[in-house]
Design a protein around this ligand. Structure first.
Ligand SMILES: C[S@@+](CC[C@H](N)C(=O)[O-])C[C@H]1O[C@@H](n2cnc3c(N)ncnc32)[C@H](O)[C@@H]1O
Length: 263
């Protein structure tokens, strides 16, 4: 029996890179080197730009804006500024990001959507997991998509990742086994509607891994985060109506959920 199973396997099983917690803690999956090469910056220039990236991103924001303009801000205004800001954050908060990767490792499987995937840390780590069949990386920002694709090619993971601007494209799975949406819901103009989409498109036994930060920061450093009371209340009402929380012991700021059928 064992012999027959072995004979059925392809001669060479492509090996996946070990993008595990230790690898992330070591160098954030070679983030510094990759970002410098991608942006064609010297190592010194990258180090000069990383620390001011959050203020530079905030400075691009026009202040209070029509929620309908949020998409334009991420797709056009921020340019490659978000790459630097997200890289500075992932490098500077490596323990926290490593904790989110540990949690992802426990829930990720099958068809996985990473919505608002940014610089690709979670998408790449997910694609390197044998339990994950395919990663669907969605991000409005063309620079983020290009950088994630570029990284995936260098890490030998490009075959396992599909990259999309939005969720309207043909060919997206009808249902996902895993939905990852980390540090994104406070950026979208209607986070309740986003949850409805997630609930509709998650397998009944699938897992959504979510967090949010509906706060502009104690010093107003995140002017692009939505914090409107009615918007946040609608978000929590939808969360409680469409999802059941599944306890996990790994990280208290990120939650895992199963979908509940719409009432
Ligand atoms: C704070 S970053 C989080 C990135 C990543 N999930 C992480 O944890 O590092 C938010 C990301 O959401 C993307 N984004 C914002 N609005 C979006 C939308 N409506 N659809 C898809 N992506 C969006 C931005 O381009 C950005 O990459």
């Amino acid at each position: 029996m064992k012999g027959r199973l072995l004979a059925a396997l392809p001669a060479t099983v492509p090996s996946l890179p070990a993008l595990n917690i230790e690898a992330f803690r070591a160098d954030a999956f070679a983030l510094r080197e990759q970002l410098a090469a991608f942006l064609q910056l010297s190592a010194a220039e990258l180090e000069r730009r990383l620390p001011c990236s959050t203020e530079e991103l905030a400075a691009l924001h026009p202040g209070a804006f029509d929620p309908e303009q949020a998409g334009n801000f991420y797709e056009e205004t921020v340019g490659d500024g978000h790459l630097l800001e997200l890289a500075a954050w992932h490098l500077g908060s490596r323990d926290y990001i490593a904790d989110t990767l540990r949690l992802q490792q426990h829930v990720a499987r099958g068809q996985l959507l990473d919505f608002g995937g940014g610089i690709g840390t979670h998408a790449l780590a997910a694609a390197a997991l044998p339990a994950v069949e395919r990663v669907w990386f969605v991000d409005l920002n063309p620079h983020n998509r290009a950088f994630m694709t570029w990284r995936a090619e260098r890490l030998g993971l490009a075959e396992k990742i599909s990259t999309c601007r939005d969720l309207d494209i043909a060919g997206l799975p009808e249902h996902f086994d895993t939905i990852i949406c980390l540090d994104v819901l406070e950026h979208v103009p209607d986070p309740a509607a986003q949850l409805e989409f997630f609930a509709d498109r998650l397998q009944p036994d699938g897992t959504a891994l979510l967090n949010w930060y509906f706060f502009k920061g104690f010093q107003g450093e995140y002017p692009f985060h939505f914090d409107d009371t009615a918007l946040v209340e609608a978000f929590f009402r939808t969360l409680q109506r469409r999802f059941l929380e599944v306890f996990h012991p790994w990280l208290i700021t990120a939650r895992t959920y199963r979908p509940m059928a719409a009432a």
